[in-house]
Ligand binder design. Structure first.
Ligand code: IFM
Length: 439
């Protein structure tokens, strides 16, 4: 994995990303119970019923963790603030929560690291879930209140902020597939969550503009969808998968419309007067973030809408079983600029892989990660060379962490974490990145 900063435009930012519940240790500092605590307590939802109670104990080790970001020569640290830490019941402020993010912000600035915040990476306080969570339209206003509370404290020092990480996961994965908290499989709940998550995004942008903030964005996760075979049925289902996963959110935020083939299934379940919310949802943003990992091969399953299934593909896979497909990142960067965002800066806000990393003689060799990064950075450079305004690339993740329903088994970090001792050990890929990014 050989490259230098000179291979990228002046001012291009390299970063590492994490999220609060995945690393902080949610049992510390007065944080409230989240939907993930309950989801994990329900047998069968999470591997070994593991939770983020301790995670990587970043809550106490954040200074040393920021040293790792700085020594890796990264420009940006993309972190998230937890709603349940800042407001344990969803409404009442926990001063220790605000203090923590204040200290973390200053720890970044003291090291010359740019703080890039996400306001919601899935830590829904359970009292909000008890009120219907993402099914309840009022969540957009409650989320705006939380946005105001946390950004009134740290917003003056943020390099960039995005309200919601990966709205597809918040809505579809969690309410239709049941694979993430709150674990619903309910099409009506899904339709409401698909819309309310974007309404909350828009209201949060509006709230932060009111605080005088800029460099605000939207972060989406994208999966490239290819037809599993050459039949028209497979092509139609791949297009539907693309519309549900990718185009719904881009269309909502950048065009004020949802794809017709998704409304074919969700339309009857949408909340009243949903069309009236587009002026809020389309609040102008300053950049668009893309989280990209893999592609899927899609075909028909013969069942009820959406009537599609994933088919195993032939490409090399990561430990998650995800095909490695760097062309997908190039495809998304070019398509997003061409069809949705024009000259707006694009940032690759997450990219990375899980691998079965083990320490041998004090070293961790992770060659699959290094070649994955090199291949995806080549896609970024190709898009830039064709005029796409990509301004940054952040790796998921700084360190091994709680991989949601997969517990602690899937290691996405550039830095290995021993979850018994909590010792951090940089992997070979971390050392290579530090070398490539030196100034
Ligand atoms: O760990 C997750 C992260 O929380 C959101 N994006 C994808 C990562 C890997 O699955």
């Amino acid at each position: 994995m050989q490259f230098t900063r000179a291979d990228f435009p002046e001012g291009f930012n390299f970063g590492v990303a994490t999220s609060s519940y995945q690393i902080e240790g949610h049992s510390f500092g007065g944080a409230g119970r989240t939907q993930w605590d309950d989801f994990a307590a329900t047998p069968g939802n999470v591997k070994n019923a593991e939770t983020g109670a301790i995670a990587a104990d970043h809550y106490h080790r954040y200074e040393a963790d920021m040293d790792l970001v700085a020594q890796g020569n990264f420009d940006c640290y993309r972190f998230s603030t937890s709603w349940a830490r800042v407001m344990p019941d969803g409404f009442t402020v926990n001063p220790d929560g605000l203090d923590f993010y204040d200290r973390l912000t200053d720890a970044m600035l003291a090291r010359g690291i740019k703080p890039c915040a996400t306001l919601y990476h899935w830590e829904l306080p359970v009292p909000i879930l008890d009120r219907g969570g993402w099914r309840n339209r009022d969540i957009a206003d409650w989320f705006a209140d939380y946005t105001h509370t946390i950004m009134a404290r740290i917003g003056d020092r943020m390099h960039s902020v995005a309200p919601i990480n990966e709205p597809w996961c918040v809505a579809w994965l969690s309410h239709f597939m049941g694979a993430h908290a709150p674990g619903l499989r309910d099409i009506r709940a899904t339709a409401r969550a698909m819309h309310h998550v974007l309404l909350a995004h828009g209201k949060a942008i509006h709230t932060m503009r009111g605080l005088g903030m800029d460099n605000l964005g939207a972060v989406f996760n994208f999966e490239w969808a290819d037809p599993a075979d050459h039949t028209p049925e497979a092509a139609e289902k791949a297009a539907l998968y693309d519309a549900i996963y990718n185009r719904w959110f881009l269309g909502g935020v950048f065009k004020g419309e949802y794809p017709a083939n998704v409304l074919d299934g969700l339309g009857v379940h949408m909340p009243d007067k949903w069309q009236d919310d587009f002026p809020t949802i389309t609040a102008p943003v300053d950049w668009c973030g893309l989280n990209y990992y893999t592609r899927k091969l899609i075909g028909p399953d013969g069942g009820a809408w959406p009537g599609l299934k994933e088919v195993e593909g032939p490409l090399e896979k990561t430990l998650m079983g995800w095909e490695i497909y760097p062309e997908g990142l190039y495809n998304f960067l070019t398509r997003t600029a061409r069809e949705y965002t024009g000259t707006l800066p694009l940032t690759v806000t997450e990219n990375g892989l899980a691998s079965p990393d083990v320490i041998e003689n004090g070293r961790i060799d992770d060659p699959q990660r290094s070649s994955y990064i090199a291949a995806h950075l080549a896609s970024v450079r190709r898009a830039i060379s064709e005029g796409v305004p990509v301004n940054g690339y952040y790796l998921w993740s700084l360190m091994d962490n709680y991989e949601w329903a997969f517990g602690y088994e899937q290691r996405f970090g550039l830095v290995h974490v021993d979850f018994d001792t909590l010792e951090r050990t940089p992997k070979a890929s971390y050392h290579q990145m530090a070398q490539n990014l030196r100034r």
